[in-house]
Design a protein around this ligand. Sequence first.
Ligand code: PBG
Length: 327
Amino acid sequence: MFPTQRVRRLREHGIVRDMVCETSLSTNDFVYPVFVEEGLNGKTEISSMPGQYRHGLESLLTLAEDCVNAGVRSLILFGIPKEKDAVGSQAYAEEGIVQQALRALKNRGFPLLLMGDVCLCEYTSHGHCGLIQGHAVRNDPTLPLLARTALTQVQAGADVVAPSDMMDGRVAAIRQELDTHGFETTPIISYAVKYASSFYGPFRQAADSAPQFGDRRSYQMNPANVREGLREASLDVDEGADVLMVKPALAFLDVIHRVREANDLPIAAYNVSGEYAMVEFAAQAGALDHDRVMEETLLSIKRAGADMIFTYHAPAMARILRERHGA
Ligand code: PBG
């Protein structure tokens, strides 16, 4: 009891504060999402995501070099193809934009872990993550296409694949396809607990992937549910997922925590486009201190239980950490 107990004693000296610090960020924590657009010369800023761009292939190589210099260790690629069609052919074409980008990055030998996002929505004319029949998104016929997308990405140089489509059974389908082709040691980071969230708005603008009719509620989760998320996670564990992702992050910190507690696998969280946009626009308006809010935000995701964070803040945060630790 007070005055015997004084919590402030451990807050007096800066070094003591550092010693009792329970959570810290490291450049090992981040995966940086990057957009690559087929046929683009240079880069175009994404108006809803200040500081983020759609890159042409040459510009992507420059970006990769900047990332390495900033201390970023991993990229996840999202593609914007020239042509979209009903079956999302460019997602699994050997000359698809993500496959080209992976090959170009691999050839340069950057010290980066390369990930491919496995989904059809950026490549389908209707903007849904799977094949459609009428207005229904079909599950089972989509699985071979997702498996082929993952395989072509790995053949092009992806070190990790991350399916974000939310079809049932896709982790098993991808695992089997990779194993059959000799890629049994390539990890799958499953977007296991992915919500039908309005925080994806800026991403869909960036990737031109908004559904042309309806919404994603028949395959992505209801933001009201957490037990269902635990079920999604355990099914993906059974199917062979190596890492479980929760997405979005900030409005779902409790879900990250619950998934962390219920599983032994590493946990990823995706600090999505809308979460990034909120910080950037509020800082631009002078309402928030950008760097401090960014750090506090990422720290909250780590504290909730994420081992890795997919975030558009990766280069900015990595640069700060490097300067601070002189690494
Ligand atoms: C593809 C996909 C989406 C995001 C990552 N992969 C969009 C969606 O599901 O509509 C969102 C990422 C972000 O908002 O930053 N399915």
